[in-house]
Write a protein that binds this ligand. Sequence first.
Ligand code: NAD
Length: 369
Amino acid sequence: MSTNQSSRRKFIRNISLGFGATALSPALSSFAFRSSSPEKKLGIALVGLGSYSTYELAPSFQFTKNCYLAGIVTGTPSKEKIWREKYNIPQKNIYNYQNFDSIADNPDIDIIYVVLPVFLHKEYTIRAAKAGKHVICEKPMSLTVADCEEMIAACKKSNRLLSIGYRLHFEPYTMEMMRLGQHKLFGKVLNIDCANGFVWGGDPNAWRLKKALAGGGGLMDMGVYTIQGARYVTGEEPIYVTAREEKTKPDLFKEVDETVFYQLEFPGGAVANGKSSYNANWNDLKVKAESGWFELTEAYRYNGMKGATSNGPMTFDPNVHQQALQMDDFANCVVQNKISRIPGEEGLKDMKVVEAIYRSIASGKKERI
Ligand code: NAD
């Protein structure tokens, strides 16, 4: 690495993030200006090389402009060779869970992307921040609201940026739903129907079916997208929730929820009827407003999004590289010392709703969020 690159990396590591502040110091603002299309890409290390890292995140680096796959963290030695060769990753940028903290000394790694089972999100986010790295953490953010708060506090304390892997915030159909809803382009939003689920055909011993490792079932994994949907269409935080659970395969879903139905009440009067499932194929986000409707009938996918309004079909590119756009945006936020549009607080807000849904299922009553 040239001295120039190395000092730039050190500079990025050392900048104080000044959370909440929009004004940049003169030195930083000139740097940020030059780097709005960075001439040097930031290095990302993926932690956890399971299916999302393997089939979505790693391949998406061929489309990134502001960042590249610089390193990996894996507990499976056989994966090291495969990834080293496939992605040309130098041995010095390959870590395991034992030597992970020494990543602090590696200037090639600017950002750590936590792609582990949910119960490990908090630990690795906090360790990454303590190692001086900026962090992207996958959804759902963690097991509890208290965990999410700890993660946010740890990143603040280390002056590092934290973002959640909500890729849809960079997807044009989703962005259109946000625009139509938040700007009330069809009048006030009255009703939202949002559903996400698939029929579990996988390993009955998978971590996703264990409460201690996943925090919950279909709601934690698929339902967060519907909660996001209701929140980003209204641009509001729900106040009350009423929820119930249905279980048709109690042996398979011994520890976690199979199908959850919930109703959210928003301060502006909108009501969202959501459902999540590990036993039904659902994927939509439908909105009725005062003077029309808008909907996605493929609403949360990696590609192949589909949508329409009461004025006609939506005609955006349904196959943008969501993960590439998401990671590029975060790299740009790091360079520009700017809070991401999907900061830790977004994950925290969703977890508040998730916890209230579980409370309502347990109590059988309407719960305040
Ligand atoms: P996965 O089971 O395929 O991979 C998990 C990885 O973690 C594996 O490589 C496994 O070896 C590793 N691991 C390390 N320690 C482990 C432990 N103690 N127990 C079990 N596994 C351990 O899971 P995935 O589908 O890649 O999901 C990982 C994360 O990414 C989850 O939080 C998930 O919700 C999220 N995800 C997000 C999206 C998205 O669209 N944003 C899509 C899929 C998954």
